[in-house]
Design a protein around this ligand. Structure first.
Ligand code: ATP
Ligand code: MG
Length: 456
């Protein structure tokens, strides 16, 4: 009787512990099918017309339920990749380890994934794990129930069927969503051992959704933070980039810190968060990035990592110069040292590393304001990024604010004004400025040193 009443109010079936799912009707979940992208809706309809199950799954359902516009709409189905591909005119199978299907619908590409099964089941090939329990291979198809169980958080394991307008919930994700709680599915320690990146995901998603992390999950993060060291550097880079470009990077880092997670979690964060000198610069940079993300403006990973590592470059640059190295070779050496040290843990891609170096290498060149050099600098492909970087340094108080303003004015000025600006700087002015700095003993400052440097 009670079961019947509850099921009528809350859904078709009672939530079982890993058993039958709750089927939540539209009146309860409130998602409108029009909220889906056209492509994902058509893909689901086509798969269902062909006799397969198909749902929107994961982050998109979660975001729709909390009223955030989803980034993308992933589709999960019981069709194998080959069966799914055959349902569409423009579709291709990608990936080797675990195949997924990309279906092209007009401009949109919809990612279709076959339900994944449990690793380590008796009737399927066992997942390979490393000594710490991290899953190395995970490529077994399964049922929807198994697919739900291997997702990370209960709120990420909801399936929306736009045809029936129902949400399928195996792990009481809707209840957690309403409690604004991020809860790991299954045993948190096992799940974090299987894939330590889930710990970073917990922090990122909690910050994004403004959820709390449930007590068991949180305790596990504290205990197992060190396992992050075990994650391949390239994957760590991807996840770290997601965290930093989530639009909530400041909140994410604060949470990592609050939980004491940043130590074991990432060498980069140790460097950033432990230095009060660079903290203002980094905070400004992250706030700036969060604003850009929220305004829908593009983010350059190179710029972002250049800001995060700048303080370390400054320290090393200074040390090398003190050790007798000339300023510009010292800067290049410091840049390489910092990037090499970071690469051991966090594989910054070669392209991004190139961008970072370009931005750093431009910095001393802003100190030199003379006719040919200044015009030449404007022509540099990374000039705009370099200038934004300089403006941040000025805002944080590391360099004279007037320098950043001068370059901003120079960039926006017409030819005549530029000529006048350079004249005002003139060789005489430049010499005087250097003399003043030498007299005031400013040679200890980084910026002062570079004014006399021969730039590459
Ligand atoms: P967002 O896209 O907002 O960053 P998301 O949850 O959609 O968040 P994705 O990386 O797009 O994140 O993953 C899609 C879904 O795949 C998740 O919602 C979750 O169900 C599942 N998933 C992703 N990464 C993992 C993981 N490391 N372990 C288990 N499940 C995962
Ligand atoms: Mg997503």
């Amino acid at each position: 009787m009670i079961r019947k009443f509850i099921s009528q109010v809350f859904g078709h079936k009672l939530p079982g512990r890993g058993g039958e799912p709750t089927v939540i009707p539209h009146a309860r979940h409130g998602i409108r099918r029009e909220a889906l992208s056209n492509g994902s809706r058509r893909v689901i309809e086509t798969l269902q017309d062909n006799g397969y199950q198909a749902f929107v799954v994961g982050g998109a359902v979660r975001d729709l339920l909390v009223g955030i516009e989803p980034k993308d709409f992933d589709v999960a189905t019981d069709a194998t990749p080959e069966q799914a591909r055959q349902c569409f005119r423009r579709a291709r199978i990608i990936g080797r380890r675990f195949q997924i299907v990309h279906v092209m619908m007009g401009q949109e590409t919809v990612e279709v994934t076959t339900f994944r099964g449990h690793h380590g089941q008796q009737d399927t090939p066992r997942a390979q794990t490393d000594a710490q329990g991290r899953v190395l291979r995970d490529n077994v198809f399964g049922s929807q129930k198994e697919d739900a169980a291997r997702r990370d958080f209960t709120v990420n394991a909801l399936y929306y069927d736009p045809v029936a307008e129902t949400v399928i919930d195996y792990h009481q994700g809707l209840a957690d969503l309403e409690r604004k709680t991020l809860r790991m599915i299954g045993h948190p320690a096992t799940r974090c051992r299987e894939d330590p990146v889930r710990m970073l995901r917990a922090v990122r998603l909690a910050a994004k959704l403004d959820f709390s992390i449930d007590a068991d999950t949180l305790r596990t993060l504290g205990e197992l933070a060190g396992l992050i060291e075990n994650v391949p550097p390239s994957r760590l880079f991807d996840e770290m980039l997601k965290l930093l470009t989530s639009g909530h990077s400041v909140k994410c880092l604060q949470r990592l810190r609050a939980e004491g997670l940043h130590h074991g979690l990432l060498p980069l964060l140790d460097v950033i968060l432990e230095q009060s000198l660079g903290k203002r610069f980094v905070t400004l940079a992250l706030e700036n990035t969060d604003r850009r993300v929220r305004d829908g403006r593009p983010i350059s990973p190179g710029f972002l990592f250049a800001t995060l590592l700048w303080n370390e470059v400054l320290n090393q640059w200074e040390a090398l110069k003190t050790g007798g190295e000339r300023p510009i070779p010292a800067l290049y050496l410091a840049m390489d040292n910092v990037l090499d040290a970071q690469a051991e843990k966090l594989a910054i891609t070669r392209r991004v590393a190139g961008d970072i170096k370009d931005i750093w290498a431009l910095q001393p060149r802003f100190e030199l304001r003379s006719g040919k050099r200044s015009h030449g600098l404007l022509e540099q492909p990374r000039f705009k990024a370099g200038l934004d970087f300089l403006l941040l340094r000025a805002e944080s108080g590391e360099v004279d604010a007037a320098l950043g303003q001068w370059w901003l004015n120079f960039l926006n000025a017409d030819g005549e004004t530029r000529a006048a600006m350079l004249l005002a700087q003139g060789p005489g002015a430049e010499k005087k400025r250097r003399r003043r700095k030498r007299k005031s003993g400013a040679a200890a400052g980084v910026a002062a040193d570079t004014t006399t440097a021969e730039c590459p």
